[in-house]
Ligand binder design. Structure first.
Ligand code: NAP
Length: 248
């Protein structure tokens, strides 16, 4: 059984991806800030007959990440797939954005993906096999109120392409998925912040999306499922927009 690590797997896209990869036949390490946050994800996978463990780690902490990967390798085996999904928002217009808003977003998305990928590549290079998928976003193309998040999500794309170049010779691919509007607690929080009812918020986004609907975690998980599959070995360094249109 190949082992997949999914960060931010306590809810939303991460939880959906963990369930999908378990259904695909992976043993899944569901990582979130605390193991308790992944209890439901792991229970759902177990109910469906899959194998998963819950691991508590702050992806922006080098010691947490190191300990998490040691535990995962010991309990499940060496990771063959890594999905860098953990994320946070600290939206604000530039003139109101605090140092902490900037640093927190960079730490979770970019430093987190860096630390987890560096930890995972050791096992992947040894196995001469690996699949890394990083969560970017349509916000990488620019989005009002998200100077920090847009920079991090654009950074994820450059990071991904560089991993593809460096790790390709060792049988390791690296790709990014860039979702548009996906219904999760993250987008619910955005609606609340701007004072719009979440149902109305979704309807407005659906109306401006070419396929005339919003996205769901399963839409993103489907693309990730392809990218971590064995057959996707000639696809690397790519960014797949999962956005109901060319850019959501
Ligand atoms: P979500 O519902 O907010 O889930 C994110 C998860 O990551 C939460 O469980 C969160 O834990 C966890 N997390 C946050 N900081 C962490 C850390 N330092 N270490 C470990 N785990 C941490 O978000 P989502 O909507 O599913 O988004 C998942 C990813 O997709 C993110 O990278 C996001 O930027 C990206 N994305 C989302 C959308 C969208 O429309 N939803 C669109 C494009 C891209 P806590 O609950 O403790 O914070």
């Amino acid at each position: 059984m190949r082992v997949a690590v999914v960060t931010g797997a306590g809810r939303g896209i991460g939880a959906g991806t963990a369930a999908r990869l378990a259904a695909d036949g992976f043993a899944v390490a569901a990582v979130d800030l605390t193991a308790e946050q992944c209890a439901e994800t792991v229970a759902t996978i177990a109910r469906e007959g899959g194998r998963a463990i819950a691991v508590g780690a702050d992806v922006s902490s080098a010691s947490d990440v190191e300990a998490a990967f040691e535990r995962i390798a010991g309990e499940l085996g060496p990771p063959a797939a890594l999905v860098n999904n953990a994320g946070v928002l600290r939206d604000n217009l530039l003139f109101k954005m605090s140092d902490d808003d900037w640093d927190t977003v960079m730490a979770v998305h970019l430093r987190g993906a860096f630390l987890c990928s560096r930890a995972a590549q050791k096992y992947m290079v040894e196995q001469k096999y690996g699949r890394i998928v990083n969560l970017s976003s349509t916000s990488a193309l620019g989005n009002r109120g998200q100077a920090n998040y847009a920079a991090a999500k654009a950074g994820m794309q450059g990071f991904t392409k560089t991993l593809a170049i460096e790790l390709g010779p060792f049988g390791v691919t690296a790709n990014a998925v860039a979702p548009g509007f996906i219904v999760t607690e993250m987008t619910a929080a955005t609606a609340a912040r701007v004072g719009v009812d979440f149902e109305e918020f979704q309807a407005a986004r659906a109306a401006e999306t070419p396929v005339r609907r919003v996205g769901y975690p399963a839409d993103v998980a489907h693309a990730i499922s392809f990218l971590v599959s064995e057959g996707a070995g000639f696809v690397t360094g790519q960014v797949i927009y999962v956005a109901g249109g060319p850019r959501g």
